[in-house]
Design a protein around this ligand. Structure first.
Ligand code: ASP
Length: 492
C-alpha cells in the first residue's frame, strides 16, 4: 500500500471529530492553517527545517497534523533575534497571520503548501541538541543500536509516525468490529503460570514465596478458555505475549495479539467470522486482497505444493502492487515425534482432535494419524494467525498430556485447574489469535517487526531507550532470596 497516501489520509481525518475539551488547547492545529488565510493564529510544534536567507528566516514547523512554513522577518525584531539561534527540532510557539503564498511559491508536497505564516511573536518552548541522526530519511540505513537508544527521536520520522499511527487505527477498527459483534474485552493476568506455546518462559521471582516464580504469559490461552467456561461466549483482548525465543526479523520477545475465543461455534463458523473481520479491516484501510473467500489448503496439500505450511501466493506483479494473498491452512497433524522419539504437539495441546480421531487419542494409538481442528491464516509468506477448536472434555485433554509424556501428578499440578473447569459444564469453544506486528508489516510493507513497534528490543534482546536487562542490587536479590551465580556478580 502507498504509505504516503496513508499519511495524507491521516492528516485529513485527524481533528475532524468533536474533540473533548477542545478549549483546552489554545492553538491552531497546523493542518487547519490552510483554512485560516487572513487570520492570526498560534501554532506549536517542532522546527522541521530552518533556512536562513539573511533578510528572512524560513522555519518549517511540524505538529502531529502537518507542516507549515513560517517566515520571520527583521521587522518582528524579537522573533527575528530568536530565530537566528533556533535549530532543527526545537519546540516553538509562534503567532502570526496566515497569508496565501504567491502561485509560483506553492509547495505541492505538503497539505498546507498554499499558505505560510508571517511570524509576529515566537516563544521557545524547548531547545534540542543536534539530533543523533537525520530525520528526513526513512532511517533504514541508520544502525539499530542508535535508532533504538534514541527511539523517542527516531519515532519522529514520517515513516515511523505513519507506522505507529496505522497500528493504532488498525487496532481501533478491530476493536469496534468486535464490539459490534458482542465481544467482551477482558484483560487476563501477566503474572501467571507457564502455558505451553512451544517457547521458553520469561519468569519473575516471587518476594512473598521465595524460591517460587511466576511465568509471563506466552499467550492468554488458558484464561480465554476459562472465560468460555465462565459464560462470556465471545472474548477478545489486545494481548501482550512474551516468549523467550531466538529473535528474527519477524519475531521478538514481546508481541501483541488480537486474541479471540468464541463458544458454540464450529471450525467453519470461526474461520468465516475471522475472515470477515480481517477482510473488512484491511479493505477499510485501502488494501487489495487477491482472492475471496480465502483459499483453503490442508496441511498435507500445503507441504506437497509449497514444501512449507506458510507460503506466498502472489505473482511477482502482485508483489509489486502490494496485494495481500491470504490463505487458510487446516487439518494439521496433532502430534509429531521429536528426535528423542517422544511425542510433542505441533500447535496447541488444548486443541480438539478431529471427531474420527478422538478414540485414537483416548486410546493413545495411531498418533501419527491424528488430525487436529487447527487452522492457521497465512499471508504473503507469513503465518499471521493461528487457532483451533478446543477440547472441552477433560478426558481428551488429560490423554493429550499423557501422550506428551506428563505424569499424572504433573498433569494435575500444571493443568488440574483446566481439567477441573471442564468438569463444571464447559461449552464447545474455539478461537484464534493474530500477531499484530505481522499484520502491520503486511500493510506497511516493512520487513522488520521493530518497524511497527514503538519500543522494540534490539536484536541482542536489549530494551529500547532504557537499560534492560540489568543486574539487580544485592538488596533486591536478598529480598527475593535469589542467588546469582555468574562471574559478573562478584563485581557488583
Ligand atoms: N494461543 C495460540 C497462539 O498464541 C492461538 C490460539 O490458538 O488461539 O498461537
Amino acid at each position: 500500500m502507498d504509505v504516503d497516501k496513508r499519511l495524507g489520509y491521516y492528516l485529513n481525518t485527524l481533528c475532524e471529530n468533536d474533540m473533548i475539551g477542545s478549549d483546552m488547547e489554545k492553538r491552531t492545529h497546523i493542518k487547519n492553517t490552510v483554512e485560516s488565510v487572513g487570520s492570526i493564529v498560534t501554532v506549536m510544534g517542532w522546527v522541521d527545517s530552518r533556512r536562513d536567507h539573511g533578510s528572512l528566516i524560513f522555519l518549517d514547523i511540524r505538529d502531529s497534523t502537518g507542516i507549515v512554513q513560517a517566515v520571520v522577518s527583521p521587522k518582528s525584531e524579537d522573533a527575528y533575534s530568536h530565530a537566528k539561534h533556533i535549530r532543527e527540532e526545537w519546540v516553538l510557539k509562534i503567532t502570526g497571520a496566515v497569508k496565501k503564498r504567491p502561485d509560483a511559491m506553492v509547495n505541492d508536497d505538503i497539505a498546507t503548501g498554499t499558505v505560510e505564516m508571517q511570524v509576529t511573536t515566537l516563544e521557545v518552548l524547548g531547545v534540542s541538541k543536534t539530533p543523533p541522526f537525520p530525520l528526513h530519511t526513512d532511517g533504514l540505513d541508520i544502525d539499530e543500536e542508535s535508532r533504538l537508544r534514541y527511539r523517542f527521536i527516531d519515532l519522529r520520522r514520517q515513516r515511523m509516525q505513519n507506522n505507529i499511527r496505522l497500528r493504532s487505527e488498525f487496532i481501533h477498527r478491530v476493536r469496534s468490529l468486535l464490539f459490534d459483534n458482542d465481544f467482551v474485552e477482558i484483560e487476563t493476568p501477566l503474572l501467571t503460570q507457564s502455558t505451553p506455546e512451544g517457547a521458553r518462559d520469561f519468569v519473575v521471582p516471587s518476594r512473598l514465596q521465595p524460591g517460587s516464580f511466576y511465568a509471563l504469559p506466552q499467550s492468554p490461552q488458558q484464561y480465554k478458555q476459562l472465560l468460555m467456561v465462565a459464560g462470556f461466549e465471545r472474548y477478545f483482548q489486545i494481548a501482550r505475549c512474551l516468549r523467550d525465543e531466538d529473535l528474527r526479523a519477524d519475531r521478538a520477545f514481546e508481541h501483541s495479539q488480537i486474541d479471540m475465543e468464541m463458544s458454540f461455534m464450529d471450525e467453519e463458523a470461526i474461520r468465516a467470522f475471522d475472515e470477515d473481520l480481517i477482510t473488512r479491516v484491511y479493505e477499510a484501510m485501502g488494501a487489495t486482497i487477491k482472492e475471496k473467500p480465502f483459499p483453503v489448503f490442508s496441511y498435507q496439500e500445503a507441504m506437497e505444493q509449497f514444501g512449507a505450511d506458510k507460503f506466498d501466493l502472489r505473482t511477482e506483479e502482485e508483489k509489486r502492487e502490494g496485494i495481500l494473498a491470504f490463505a487458510w491452512v487446516v487439518d494439521f497433524p496433532f502430534f509429531e515425534k521429536k528426535d528423542d522419539g517422544k511425542w510433542t504437539f505441533t500447535h496447541n495441546p488444548f486443541s480438539m482432535p478431529k471427531h474420527e480421531h478422538i478414540d485414537f487419542v483416548l486410546e493413545e494409538k495411531r498418533l501419527d494419524e491424528v488430525v487436529a481442528h487447527q487452522y492457521d491464516l497465512v499471508c504473503n509468506g507469513y503465518e499471521i494467525g493461528s487457532g483451533s477448536i478446543r477440547s472441552h472434555h477433560p478426558n481428551i485433554t488429560r490423554s493429550v498430556f499423557s501422550i506428551l509424556g506428563y505424569t499424572e501428578e504433573h498433569i494435575e499440578e500444571q493443568f488440574g485447574h483446566m481439567l477441573e473447569a471442564f468438569s463444571f459444564g464447559a461449552p464447545p469453544h474455539g478461537g484464534i489469535a493474530h500477531g499484530i506486528e505481522r499484520l502491520m508489516m503486511l500493510i506497511t510493507n516493512e520487513q522488520y517487526l521493530r518497524e511497527v513497534q514503538a519500543f522494540p528490543q534490539t536484536s541482542s534482546g536489549r530494551t529500547a531507550v532504557m537499560n534492560a536487562p540489568a543486574p539487580l542490587s544485592h538488596d533486591q536479590l536478598d529480598e527475593l532470596k535469589v542467588n546469582v551465580n555468574t562471574e559478573d556478580e562478584k563485581e557488583r
